[in-house]
Design a binder for this molecule. Structure first.
Ligand code: GDP
Ligand code: GDP
Length: 463
């Protein structure tokens, strides 16, 4: 479990700059930008080895002056309610202003847990501002420069107790804890551009979901005018229709299960056939987009198909369609997340993207999520890194010792990709508990950043 940090403060103090620094490219890869509200941005932040969620209240520059205060105030209050801690940012160069006091007041009244940051403090420029900021009575100001990346270590240290607190809560909730393993090398950032050109052939996507979820609308929106209907390919069943297109610079081949379903409807065996057709499409796809209708999400049929995609070892992206119909976006998103976790635990960490096939909103994020899922699905981890990780994991939590003899995990290697498959050589593989296997799989997921992809882990005896 991670905590949520809200960046608050008056306009122009550098909130967006800080948000962007913490989130980097990851924003494009998570789901929730329009989901939150138009004015609150949310992203997955990373600060050294610490990960958390960050909410930014910036983006109000374009509103007129007289409405600014009221809106900014409401937005800040909203952010405070959503967050576990607020980072109150002031500008170390201009010094405190009356507006800063207004924000400090909101935070005090809301009884928020607050940390104070003095931004634009690169060099000596923030000295005076940092001293002055003490007068807000919000504790010791953390001097940072969002633009130049200074003071991030101090911010990290200030957030550590909170991080530990949440890790403890997670430990209390889960039978097994996450292990903090030192990184031997900097983790690579996910950059869609980096692997886009290396796709030798079109990325194969299946869009599946219950009738009326909006599959046809989505596919039409994606292929736009470039529509190129192709006939059945070798290996694909005769009723599968695939469409080849260029989607935001990525060559894709989309399996149009909606087309199949419409065919099925003619033969009047609607529900049954549409599921079967969906399942068939899964087999040909690399990435499966499970398209949900926001008004009836996670129906039995959706769950079945998503589960099938996981069993078949496909990368899965869940897209919630008709997001334009939703008024309470924030609440709905939280509810969807909760349902996702509860109903599809086997897809832990898979992206949940909100889209509107009708307006096209969110399709860029869907594209990014698909590319990322595909990349993870193809990932290969060097054996040396795996084994360093494995020893840290077994040291933190030794494997079970059935009948007093501890199972020894000796060596580990990745034997396949698409999806990633691993073999662990060990003594008495048959006596290994499922919970320990889950511990390893979840650990792999977290440490090597492979959310949402099916991971296969096989235990092998030696000899
Ligand atoms: P927001 O309105 O609070 O989101 O502020 P922005 O992130 O848009 O930043 C406002 C201005 O301050 C921009 O021109 C930034 O380039 C500048 N800025 C942000 N952080 C720093 C910093 O650390 N040092 C300096 N000198 N300028 C900064
Ligand atoms: P399919 O059966 O999954 O192919 O679904 P369709 O694409 O035929 O869409 C079913 C209905 O939902 C149609 O009336 C669409 O216009 C509507 N629809 C699809 N996407 C959206 C959306 O993003 N927002 C809204 N409001 N309606 C949508």
């Amino acid at each position: 479990m991670t905590f949520t940090l809200a960046i608050v403060g008056r306009p122009n103090v550098g909130k967006s700059t800080l948000f962007n620094r913490l989130v980097g490219r990851r924003l494009a890869l998570v789901d929730d930008q329009p989901g939150v509200t138009r004015d609150l941005r949310e992203g997955d932040a990373k600060l050294f080895d610490m990960r958390f969620t960050v909410i930014d209240t910036a983006g109000l520059e374009d509103v007129t002056d007289d409405s600014l205060q009221g809106r900014m105030r409401r937005l800040t209050e909203r952010a405070v309610e959503l967050a576990d801690v607020c980072l109150f940012v002031v500008d170390g160069r201009t010094g405190l202003t009356a507006t800063d006091e207004v924000f400090a007041d909101i935070l005090r009244r809301k009884n928020a847990r607050v940390m104070l940051a003095v931004n634009k403090a690169e060099g000596k420029a923030g000295d005076a501002g940092a001293i002055e900021a003490w007068s807000l009575g919000l504790g010791e100001p953390i001097r940072i420069s969002a633009e130049h990346g200074e003071g991030m270590d101090d911010l990290y240290h200030a957030l550590r107790p909170l991080n530990a607190e949440f890790a403890e809560r997670a430990e209390a909730d889960a039978p097994l804890v996450d292990v903090d393993i030192p990184e031997e090398e900097a983790e690579e950032e996910v950059d869609p551009e980096a692997y886009r050109p290396t796709l030798a052939k079109p990325l194969q996507i299946a869009v599946i979901g219950r009738p009326n979820a909006g599959k046809s609308t989505l596919i039409n929106k994606i292929i736009g005018e470039d529509r190129l209907l192709t006939g059945p390919e070798a290996g694909i069943t005769r009723d599968a229709i695939s469409v080849k297109s260029d989607w935001l610079g990525t060559p894709v081949r989309i399996f149009d299960t909606a087309g199949m379903r419409k065919k099925a409807r003619i033969s009047d065996k609607l529900e049954k056939l549409s599921v079967a057709d969906g399942l068939r499409a899964v087999r040909f796809a690399e990435v499966v987009v499970v398209l949900l209708d926001v008004e009836i999400p996670f129906e039995q049929q959706d769950l079945r198909i998503a589960d099938f995609a996981e069993t078949e070892g496909r990368a899965v992206v869940v897209a919630v369609n008709k997001w334009d119909l939703e008024d309470e976006k924030q609440e709905k998103l939280a509810e969807l997340r909760e349902m996702f976790e509860r109903l599809l635990p086997q897809l832990r960490g898979a992206p949940l993207v909100t889209v509107s096939a009708r307006t096209g909103r969110g399709l860029d994020r869907l594209n990014a999520a698909i590319l990322r899922a595909h990349d993870i699905w193809n990932r290969r981890i060097p054996t040396a890194r795996l084994n360093t990780w494995l020893s840290a994991m077994t040291e933190a939590h030794p494997p079970p010792a059935p009948g007093g003899r501890r199972i020894k995990l000796r060596y580990m290697t990745q034997v396949k990709t698409r999806p990633p498959g691993f073999i662990v050589m060990c003594s008495h593989p048959d006596q290994m508990q499922d919970s320990y296997k889950r511990y390893l799989v979840n650990g792999l997921r977290d440490h090597f950043d492979m959310p949402g992809t099916p991971i296969r882990l096989t235990l092998r005896g030696q000899g």
